[in-house]
Structures are given as C-alpha cells and as structure tokens.
Design a protein around this ligand. Structure first.
Ligand code: GCW
Length: 717
C-alpha cells in the first residue's frame, strides 16, 4: 500500500485513539486468581504503598528466586508502582521475607516460639518495627513456607485486608495435598473425561523441550498449597515406568521442585510382566521380563525394588505410587493371583520405603458377580485388612461409596479403618456434575463430606478429623483431587471451574475454611473487588451445587447419567438391555415407588455405618431426605417433610433446580458492566447451555418417572 496523506491521517487518528482510550481489558482467564490487577480503592492503595515500599529478601535458593519474582510481580501489579527488591532494610515501610537460616534481619527478631510450631511448610506473617522502620515480616522454617506465606500475603492484598496489626500463623492440616491427573500418555484424558482440552503434558517433547506452562501450573498449585502431582491416569499404562519415560517425568519433577511439589506416578500392577504376555487372558503385558506380577513372588518383589532404585536415582524426592488394582479391568493381586490388597500394597511399599516413598492404594472396587450392591464392596474388601498395611500405605478412598455423584452419603469406609491411614479422593473434574459446561461450585459439597459425622468414636468423628489424622492418630495424612485441568487457555474449560481448583487447594490446607470465605477470596482475586458484585457472584456460586443435585438427581437418586459419557440423563435401559450398573439398577423405579433399598429390608448397606447413623439411615422416617432414595425404596405417595407426596416433591425439586440456573443467568446479566467483556460472554454462553441441559434433565426424568408413578405433574410455582 502506498502511504497517501489520507492513510497517514487515519493511522495517526488510530494511534491517538489506541493510546488515549483505555483498552478494553480482555481477559482470557489464563492468569487464574493471580492477575494482580491494580487495586482501585484509593485508601487501601495508599496504605499498601506506604507499607510495602520495598521488598527485602536475604539468601539464595531457587525457591527464594521464585519468591522474589512473584512478590515483585504481585506488588508492582497491585500497587501500580515499581517496588524495589533489596537485601538490606532501607527507610520506609518494607516487606521482609526470610528464614532464620538465611536472613540476618529475621535472626534478630523474637520469632523462635512461633516458628517452633510451624513445621516444614507453615509460615507466619506479622507486622513489626525493625530499627524503627515499620515492616511486615514473612518467616518460616523452610523456603517453601516462605513461598506459601508470600502467596498468602498477596491473597490478603488482593482481597483488601488491613496489615496494621497483622499476626498470622498458618500451617497445613493435611500433609499430602495432591492433584491426580487422569491423563493418558497419548495426550487424551482417560475415558474421554477431558473437559478442558487435552493433557498439559507433552510427552513427545519431553525431556528436551519444557513447555513454559509447566511452570505456570506449578506456580498456581503452590499458591494454594498443593504439594504433589500424579501426572498420569490411574488406568495406568505400564510405559510410564520405562527408562525413557522416567527421564521425562524427572524433567517435570525438576520444574515442580522449587515450588514444593513432588511427583508421584500411577503404576500398573502388571508392570513387571513381559509384553509378550499381553494377549494372555487378563494378564496384560507390562514392561518387565517376568511372566507374573504375583506380589509374593521374590522376583516380582525384586523387580519393584530395582524400579524404585532407578526412579530415585533420577528423582531423589519422588513421592510414590498411586495404584488402581483389581478395579474396572485393571490388574491386581486378587483375581489374578488370589492374593490380598495388603499383599499387593505392601510389596510396593517395601520397594519405596528405603527412600521415604508412599503407596496410595485405591479402594475403588466393585464386582457384580459377588456383590449385587456395589456401594458395599469397598468396606467388605478393605475393613478386614485394617492394620495389615505397611506404615507407608494409604488407602485412597472416594468421598462416596459409588462414584463422585452430585450427592452421596459418605463412604462407609471412613471411620472403619482406625489403624490404616485413609486418604480422601475428591473429584474436581465435574464428571457427573455437568462437565465444564455447568457452573457448579463444589466447595459446599466437599464441606458437606468433611463435616459428615461418622460417629466412629462418638459424636464429632467427622470426616475432616479422620483425614487430618486427629481422630485415629494417623501417622500420615492425605487428600487428593482428580483435577479438572487441561490445555484449554483458561485451564479448566469453564472459568468457574477455576474456583473448584482453588477451593480444593484451600480446603486441603485448611478444611475449616467456609465455602463462602473461599468463594469470596476467589471472586475478589479473579473477577471483581466491588463488594456488591462479589456478593452477587457469591450467591450464584453457593447454591449452584444444590441446584445441580435438584435438576439431576434429587432426594438421593444417583447415577442416572448417560452411560459412559456421564453428562445428560438416561434413566432408561440402554439398547443392550443390560441392568447391572445402569440407571435402572440404581433408581429401581416401579409402580410402587422409587429408590434403592439399602436398608435392612434390602441390601443392608446401612449396617456398614456407625450408630446412630446406621439406625437413622435405616429408618424411612428418620433418614435425611437428601439421602432418602439412596437408602430406601419409597412409595410415590410417601409424605415428605414438606407435606407433599414423594412424587410431588420430586417434581418440585427438578423444577427448582432449573429455576436456579435461570436466576444465575439474571444475576450474571445484571453485573455485565462490572465483568471483563471476554469473561462475561464466556460465562453467559456456558449458563445458557446449562439452562438448556438442566431443562432436558428435568423433562427427561420427570416424564420417565411419570410412567411409573402414573400421577400428573404438579404445577410448579
Ligand atoms: O468414575 C469412574 C470413571 C472412570 C475412572 C474411574 C476411577 C479413571 O468413570 O473414568 O477411571 O471412576 O476412578 O478409577
């Protein structure tokens, strides 16, 4: 193009427009809760600028470098000024970060009593004067504690807290806080559960090329206290243990290490078997040279010991193995070798013990041939082995006895294994709660479980007290979240999926935090700091899980999702006519009523709970209505607490659920001007899909059940 005078004029005008008008701040969600946008409240801004006119960090380590970079980035962004990073104290308010080991300034402060209580990962944040200079101090015993403290300080700033007399001591209540990926080595996610794109891990490029996103991932996890990652699916491909793959894993471990994150691996129980046996019935081939993976075979034991040694040479802080054995077609010690879960887990534990590694042996087992009520299986298979596992073995157990449903009662295993540390497995990925299409904030659901009283040792024996080790004095404690992260630009597919990642980390650190507090933090850090807007978004989030229960599976219904895909409703039989583990098996609708009788007149799963839960769940009258159809087959005319019949109440719930989604849409529309335009549109579209699909759930289920109830659908107001 020739630059005519006219063209130049247009260019000139364009330049002025671009530089004068503030660019519409398009946000694609990549920065998660760490965008560190400048604070807009003038008073807070001024107070912070005075308090943090420099950052003082003494000492050297990779983690300290990360802290320097992160705190500077955070402060510069939030305060809108260039905050210098120094190693000596100057005049003016300062942020001082250090351990006693490396910081002379910290050594002079009287912090030893507090530090003595903080352990390896804890931190303190305290305002104090040093040589007359007002400072805010972050200290810890280890650099990782400083990193956690720094992220906490940034969180306090992002949420506008005062630092006047700040005096915080914090340490995690749970020791192992892991994200489990269900990522396969080909880049897809197991069973098409990739609701946020493909796997983050580019195995083809590793170990030569390190995607910069690995670092961003580690940083986000560290900001919420996640300290372990299982990068590969529990449906484990034995290939992961091949030397060339271990080198790739070692590279990931190198990236994660300074962020306090250790790598663990899912392993296949048949790994020691030679691949030439792959066609041999249910003995799928592995990567070894043996013809068995029998845990009592000395050669097999040696194979695992050699493998552990090889791993620790490459990854000295390797965390350990996660194992899905004798479950959904995965090999294990039982069917194949007639050995026990304890034989299998202890063999792996023996190989890892010299290096401090652990085994997370999953309890997700069910078998239609031997147990017609799937929900009872884990208890039956594991409780007899309580106390028989090596000290470095966790039994990793899903929150519910079936499978990550919108609502289940707590898994009866919790409380029933006082001599075996149970690790809680939650699912952040919304496999059964609308994938990445539905806005469902999961913290209220997780809190419902954490606060569930098992009565294992009398009143107050909550799940939280079991998994944090306080009830049974477990010597190790852990929690894992099946992650919802993929390679989508915004990480989780749905922007609000980020809130669930965030909430998981926060609850893993401190299960006493409320769902409201966590939502409030996340909104202020991610979407808006305007109190009114925060309140509106918070109100959308808080009721969203109950709404999902209502439009999918109210009153204790469960697993009536489409087979395999687990998204839409499929209350009827599929084409094969098979009943086991289909919707029909779970809801048991007939002309008399609805629900699975797990009471003493049915499968008697209620007897697996401690008293008084056992009696309460067993009684049609006393059973909480939220679990009613889980434990009872209930007549359509059964009187509910509301005075309505079961049929009418069921319909009402379905309508109420969909109405909540409509309400969320209205709220979202009302705050349009306060939300970044790109994010606004993204969520708006998701909500429209949610409304449409929630209505499909309602209409499909109501009309299907009506065929059995034979009663009119009541008008819903
Ligand atoms: O929830 C079910 C899922 C499977 C999953 C399995 C498990 C990875 O539908 O996709 O397998 O649980 O937890 O092992």
């Amino acid at each position: 193009m020739k630059y005519s005078l006219k063209n130049i004029n247009i260019l000139f005008v364009l330049c002025i427009v671009v530089s004068v008008c503030p660019a519409a701040s398009a946000d694609d969600g990549y920065n998660l809760w760490m965008s560190y946008k400048k604070l807009d409240d003038a008073k807070t801004l001024k107070a912070y600028q005075q308090a943090f006119s420099s950052i003082v960090i003494e000492g050297q380590s990779e983690t300290l470098d990360i802290i320097r970079e992160e705190v500077k980035k955070g402060l510069d962004g939030l305060l809108g000024v260039d905050v210098p990073v120094r190693n000596t104290l100057d005049t003016g308010g300062a942020l001082v970060i250090g351990t006693r080991r490396q910081s002379q300034i910290i050594q002079k402060l009287d912090l030893s009593d507090k530090l003595a209580t903080l352990g390896y990962e804890g931190f303190l944040i305290k305002s104090t004067k040093i040589n007359g200079i007002p400072t805010v101090v972050i200290s810890a015993n280890e650099d990782i504690g400083l990193l956690y403290g720094s992220f906490h300080l940034l969180r306090l700033m992002q949420t506008g807290q005062s630092f006047k007399n700040v005096d915080i001591c914090s340490k995690p209540k749970i020791q192992y806080r892991l994200l489990d990926h269900w990522d396969k080595l080909d880049g897809t996610i197991s069973d098409q559960r990739g609701y946020a794109g493909k796997s983050l891990w580019k195995w083809d490029e590793l170990p030569d090329k390190i995607d910069p996103r690995y670092k961003d991932y580690a940083r986000a996890n560290a900001s919420i206290g996640i300290n372990g990652v299982v990068p590969n699916s529990v449906n484990a491909d034995p290939t992961i243990l091949k030397p060339e793959y271990l080198k790739k894993v070692a590279k990931l471990a190198d990236v994660f290490r300074p962020y306090g994150i250790r790598v663990f691996l899912s392993v296949n129980f048949s790994s020691p078997i030679s691949a030439k046996f792959s066609e041999d019935g249910n003995r799928k081939g592995g990567i070894g040279n043996l013809n068995t993976s029998d845990p009592c075979d000395p050669e097999v034991r040696q194979w695992w010991k050699d493998k552990a040694k090889e791993i620790y040479q490459l990854i000295p802080d390797f965390g350990g193995f996660l194992v899905k054995a004798s479950s959904e077609g995965m090999p294990g010690p039982q069917q194949q070798y007639n050995r026990t879960h304890a034989d299998g887990a202890n063999m792996l534990a023996e190989a890892l013990a010299p290096y401090g590694g652990i085994v997370m042996w999953r309890s997700f087992v069910y078998n239609a041939d031997v147990d017609p009520d799937r929900s009872k299986r884990a208890y039956k298979e594991f409780v007899p082995f309580d106390g028989k596992f090596s000290p470095n073995v966790f039994i990793q157990t899903k929150n519910g006895p079936i499978d990550f449903q919108p609502r289940e009662p707590l898994n009866s295993l919790f409380g029933a294994m006082p001599n075996t540390p149970l690790m809680l497995e939650l699912q952040i990925m919304q496999e059964y709660l609308g994938h990445s299409k539905h806005l469902v904030y999961l913290a209220p659901m997780w809190k419902e479980y954490l606060e569930f009283d098992t009565y294992a040792k009398g009143r107050g024996s909550t799940l939280a007290s079991i998994i944090d080790g306080s009830l049974h004095n477990y010597q190790m404690t852990g929690i894992a979240g099946v992650t919802n992260i993929g390679d989508d630009r915004n990480w989780c597919g749905h922007l609000f999926g980020q809130a669930n990642w965030y909430a998981f980390g926060r609850l893993a650190w401190d299960h006493n935090l409320s769902s409201e507090t966590i939502a409030n933090e996340w909104i202020r850090m991610t979407l808006s700091r305007k109190s009114k807007v925060v309140k509106q978004i918070q109100s959308m989030m808080i009721g969203s899980r109950e709404a999902c229960v209502n439009y999918m599976t109210p009153l204790g219904l469960h697993h009536i999702m489409q087979e395999g895909f687990h998204y839409g409703p499929q209350p009827s039989l599929d084409k094969s006519g098979r009943v086991d583990w289909t919707s029909v098996y779970y809801h048991r609708a007939d002309v008399n009523g609805l629900g699975f009788d797990r009471s003493s007149t049915g499968s008697n799963a209620t007897s697996q709970y401690f008293s008084p839960n056992a009696e309460i769940f067993d009684s049609l009258k006393r059973c909480p209505e939220k679990y009613l159809l889980w434990f009872h087959h209930v007549s359509w005319d059964h009187k509910m607490k509301s005075g309505r019949t079961l049929w009418k109440e069921l319909c009402r719930r379905y309508y109420k659920g969909v109405d909540y989604v409509k309400k969320m849409e209205h709220t979202w529309d009302a705050i349009e001007k306060d939300i970044d335009p790109e994010i606004y549109l993204h969520v708006k579209e998701k909500l429209a899909t949610q409304e449409k699909d929630a209505a499909i759930w309602r209409d499909t289920c109501v009309s299907y059940f009506q065929k059995f109830s034979n009663r009119p659908v009541p008008a819903y107001k």
